[in-house]
Design a protein. Structure first.
Length: 192
């Protein structure tokens, strides 16, 4: 797969890969989060995610960044296992499993049921999980590597391309991660 510079993240001709929808599991979640949408749908869903993140200002104090987020959202901390299962299969190109689909259903239910607001809460948890842990590990190793080394886009010709995030650790453009400050704070807390 071709690796492009991060400037394409600001080019509207490069769209995020869409994820096939479904009535349950990861397919249901992916079809309702900002990460896998563009245009007006993305703007609306991103606003929901930003509202969730704004409510997490006081997150912290738990044994892991994900547990801190769960605590701030008033969700059981043992939900972290479901968040981890969903995070591992969140990207459509990642290995999929029935266990991850079942975890996605439980997570969505814990977040409030099948609504876009619940999808935003679940999406924030899932997207923060692996990326924040990777950020912690990179900093612990003394590295300034991005928590996610690359992302994917669909080029104007319809092919999928990878986008290097070395110089844009939290992305660029309309899909830039809205949780950078929160992730950085939780990573710093984990390192203390």
């Amino acid at each position: 797969m071709e690796l492009l510079a991060d400037a394409v993240l600001e080019d509207p001709a490069y769209r995020v890969p869409s994820a096939p929808g479904g009535s349950t599991g990861l397919a249901w979640l992916r079809a309702r989060v900002a990460r896998f949408s563009d245009g007006e749908e993305h703007r609306r869903r991103r606003e929901l995610a930003e509202e969730v993140i704004a409510g997490l200002r006081d997150a912290g104090g738990a044994t892991s960044p994900t547990r801190s987020l769960l605590r701030a959202l008033r969700l059981p901390e043992d939900t972290e296992a479901d968040v981890a299962l969903v995070a591992a299969a969140y990207q459509p190109h990642a290995p999929q499993s029935e266990a991850a689909d079942a975890a996605a259903d439980r997570l969505v239910e814990a977040c409030g049921g099948r609504t876009e607001q619940a999808a935003a809460r679940a999406g924030v948890l899932v997207q923060a999980h692996a990326a924040t842990l990777a950020l912690v590990e990179a900093r612990r190793a003394g590295s300034d590597a991005p928590p996610v080394p690359a992302t994917r886009r669909i080029a104007p010709n319809g092919t999928e391309v990878a986008v290097d995030l070395t110089d844009a650790h939290f992305g660029r453009g309309p899909h830039r991660c809205p949780g950078e400050d929160l992730a950085t704070r939780l990573a710093e807390e984990a390192l203390r």
